[in-house]
Design a protein around this ligand. Structure first.
Ligand SMILES: NC(=O)C1=CN([C@@H]2O[C@H](COP(=O)(O)OP(=O)(O)OC[C@H]3O[C@@H](n4cnc5c(N)ncnc54)[C@H](OP(=O)(O)O)[C@@H]3O)[C@@H](O)[C@H]2O)[C@@H](O)CC1
Ligand SMILES: Nc1ncnc2c1ncn2[C@@H]1O[C@H](COP(=O)(O)OP(=O)(O)O)[C@@H](O)[C@H]1O
Ligand SMILES: [K+]
Length: 520
C-alpha cells in the first residue's frame, strides 16, 4: 500500500485525496452498520498517523449526518493538523488523552456510546503497543466485553495487529468489524490478527485506474469478495438443457462413509450441474439411492470391507468419455485396493480423457501412497487437503503448515503444477501459475464432519459446468463459506450439520448474480 500510495501521487492523486476517499467510505459503512447516523453517539479513537487522520475524516462525515461524535486523541497529532481543523469546524467534540488523567472521560464515553471507531494505528511501521496506547486498548476491550450492544469498528486494521504478519500484541483491539482499505493487509488474513478483525469489509479508496490495474497484476494475493465471486459466475442461457451444464462423475463412499458420497452428490446438484452420477460401492448405492432421487447411479464391485474394488477402475474408465468432470475421494477408505484404483483413475498410464478433476480426503491419502504422484497426475486438478492431509502430501508437520498457510499452499501448487485449496478458517486457494487468494470465512459451524464432502461436490459441479480449476476452487469455496455464514446467522455455530448448507447454495448463487439480464 505504501508503494501504491507513492505511485498514486505520481499519477496525480494525492495521499490527502485517498485519505478523504477512505474516510468517506468508512463513514458510509459505519452509518449503514448503525442503521443511520442521526442521534447516534460515536467515539472515534484517534492515533498519531494517517490512520488517525482517516478517523478524523470519519468523525467529520458522521457529524455532518447528525451523529454526536467525540474524538479521543490517544497520542499527539501535529499542531496545524488540517483534518482536526475540519472536524472541529463541523462540531466534532475533541478530548485529548493528555488531559484525561486516570481516563474518567474515556470511561464515560465508552459506557454511553453506540459505536467505537478504532483509528489509533493502521498499516504504519509496527512496534509493540506502548503504555499509553495499551491503556486505552485494554479499557476498550474490557468495556466491549461487558457491553454486547457496543460495536467496535477498526479502520484498516485493529490497533496492535502487525500489518505484515498477523502477530498481535496481547492488548490489541478486538474488533467486531474491520474496514480494510483497498488491499487487505496480511495482518487480517493470518491468525491471530485475523481472529481480532471480526467481519472484514473491503472498501475502495479511489486509486487511479492505471495504478490499480498494475497492482492487480502484481499483487499475488487476492482477498475474495462478493464482487470477485460474482465475476466468476457464468450466465445460464435461457435456451439450455441438462447437457448444457455438464455431467459430473463422483467416485466416493465406502461401508463406513455412506453420507460422504451422498453429500458430495447433493453439493454438485445444488450449484447447478446438469447431471451427476455417483459411482459408489454396491452396498453404499443401496443406501444412498433412496436419498438421492436426482442422481444417476453406477453401483461398483466392492471388497470384503465395503470399499470400491480396484477392478471397478475398468467400469469407470470405459465410461469417462460421457462426462465433463470427475470428483474423487470422499469417504473412499484407504487400502492397497483403493490406492490401485486411484493410480489407475488419476495417474498417467492408461489413456482415457483427462477430465478436470477434484480430489479430496481419502483420494488424497491414497494418492500420497502412489510413487511420483505429483509428476504423474493426468488431468487439470484441484486438490483440497485439510492441514492434516497437507502433512500427508508434503511430509511437513501440521504446525508448520498452519504457521505459513499462504506460502505452503502456493509452493505446493507451483510444485505439483495443480490448483490447491488448503482448508480451514481463511481457506487459501493457490494456482500453479502463482495466483493465490484467501477466502474470508472463519466459522466454527463448519467444523463438523461432512462439510468438506459438500465442498468437493460444489467444486466438482462447477468444474463440470466448464469453470477452470482455480476459479472453480475459489468460487466453490466462496459459495460454501457464504452458505455456512447464512446457516450460522440463523442457527448459531454449534449443532449445524453439513446437509444444512445444501439448501442455501442456490440462493447464495442467485443473490451474488443479482438481477442482471440473462443472455439468450
Ligand atoms: N497508504 C495509503 O495510501 C493510505 C493510507 N491510509 C491510512 O493510513 C494508514 C497508515 O498510516 P501511517 O503510515 O501514518 O501509519 P499509522 O499506523 O496510522 O501510524 C503510525 C504512527 O503510529 C506510531 N506508532 C506505531 N506503533 C506504535 C505503538 N505501538 N505505540 C504508539 N505509537 C505507535 C508511529 O510512531 P513512531 O513509531 O514513529 O513513534 C507513527 O507515528 C493506513 O492504515 C490507512 O488507515 C488511508 O488514508 C488511505 C491512503
Ligand atoms: N473454523 C472454521 N472456519 C472456516 N471454515 C472451516 C472451519 N472449520 C472447518 N472449515 C471448513 O469446513 C470444511 C471441512 O472439511 P474437512 O475437514 O475435509 O471435513 P470432512 O472431510 O469431514 O467433510 C472445509 O471446507 C474447511 O475449510
Ligand atoms: K485501526
Amino acid at each position: 500500500m505504501q508503494a501504491l500510495e507513492a505511485a498514486s501521487e505520481t499519477a496525480g492523486v494525492s495521499t490527502d485525496a485517498l485519505m478523504e476517499n477512505a474516510g468517506l467510505a468508512c463513514a458510509l459503512r459505519i452509518r449503514q452498520r448503525m442503521g443511520g447516523a442521526a442521534g447516534r453517539l460515536v467515539l472515534v479513537l484517534v492515533g498519531p498517523g494517517n490512520n488517525g487522520a482517516d478517523g478524523l475524516v470519519v468523525a467529520r462525515h458522521l457529524r455532518r449526518w447528525g451523529a454526536d461524535v467525540c474524538c479521543y486523541i490517544v497520542r499527539g497529532r501535529p499542531a496545524d493538523d488540517p483534518k482536526m481543523t475540519d472536524a472541529l469546524a463541523y462540531g466534532v467534540a475533541v478530548v485529548d488523552s493528555s488531559e484525561d488523567h486516570g481516563r474518567p472521560n474515556l470511561g464515560r464515553l465508552l459506557g454511553s456510546c453506540h459505536l467505537v471507531v478504532d483509528a489509533i494505528l493502521g498499516a504504519g511501521r509496527y512496534r509493540p503497543l506502548d503504555g499509553l496506547v495499551g491503556d486505552v486498548t485494554v479499557l476498550v476491550n474490557s468495556i466491549r466485553s461487558d457491553r454486547p450492544d457496543l460495536s467496535v469498528v477498526a479502520v484498516d486494521l485493529p490497533t496492535g495487529v502487525n500489518p505484515d504478519t498477523g502477530a498481535a500484541d496481547p492488548r490489541a483491539i478486538v474488533a467486531d468489524e474491520t474496514l480494510a482499505l483497498c488491499h487487505p493487509k496480511h495482518g487480517i488474513a493470518n491468525f491471530p490478527g485475523a481472529g481480532l478483525a471480526g467481519r472484514v469489509t473491503v472498501l475502495e479508496i479511489g486509486l487511479p485506474a492505471v495504478v490499480s490495474a498494475a497492482a492487480d497484476a502484481d499483487l499475488p494475493t487476492e482477498w475474495m469478495t462478493p464482487a470477485s465471486a460474482r465475476a466468476l459466475i457464468a450466465d445460464r442461457p435461457l435456451v439450455s438443457h441438462k447437457g448444457t451444464f455438464g455431467h459430473l462423475m463422483i467416485v466416493a463412499g465406502s461401508r463406513n462413509f455412506v453420507g460422504a458420497a451422498s453429500l458430495a452428490a447433493q453439493g454438485a446438484h445444488r450449484v447447478g450441474a446438469g447431471l451427476v452420477t455417483l459411482a459408489a460401492p454396491d452396498s453404499v448405492y443401496r443406501l444412498a439411492a433412496s436419498r438421492l432421487t436426482e442422481t444417476i447411479h453406477l453401483p461398483l464391485p466392492e471388497d470384503a470391507d465395503g470399499r470400491i474394488d480396484p477392478s471397478a477402475a475398468d467400469v469407470i474408465l470405459e465410461r469417462l468419455n460421457n462426462y465433463s468432470a470427475l470428483a474423487v475421494g470422499c469417504g473412499l477408505g484407504l487400502s492397497d485396493g483403493t490406492a490401485t484404483l486411484i493410480e489407475r483413475l488419476l495417474l498417467l498410464g492408461e489413456n482415457p480423457p483427462a477430465l478436470p478433476t477434484v480430489i479430496d480426503a481419502d483420494g488424497l491419502n491414497n494418492l500420497s501412497q502412489c510413487a511420483d504422484w505429483d509428476k504423474r497426475l493426468r488431468a487439470p486438478t484441484v486438490l483440497t487437503p485439510h492441514p492434516g492431509e497437507m502433512t500427508t502430501l508434503t511430509g511437513r508437520p501440521t504446525v508448520e503448515v498452519q504457521a505459513d498457510r499462504l506460502e505452503i499452499a502456493s509452493q505446493s501448487a507451483k510444485g505439483w503444477r495443480q490448483t490447491v485449496l488448503l482448508k480451514g478458517a481463511h481457506t487459501v486457494v493457490a494456482s500453479p501459475g502463482g495466483q493465490r487468494c484467501i477466502l474470508p470465512f472463519a466459522n466454527p459451524a463448519l467444523a463438523a464432519g461432512g462439510t468438506g464432502d459438500v465442498l468437493t461436490g460444489v467444486i466438482g459441479g462447477l468444474l463440470a459446468q466448464g469453470v477452470a480449476p482455480y476459479d472453480a476452487a475459489r468460487l466453490g469455496g466462496f459459495l460454501h463459506g457464504t452458505a455456512a455464514d447464512r446457516v450460522r446467522s440463523q442457527r448459531g455455530d454449534a449443532g449445524v450439520v453439513a446437509s444444512d448448507l445444501l439448501d442455501h447454495l442456490p440462493a447464495v448463487i442467485a443473490d451474488l448474480r443479482g438481477p442482471r439480464a440473462t443472455r439468450v
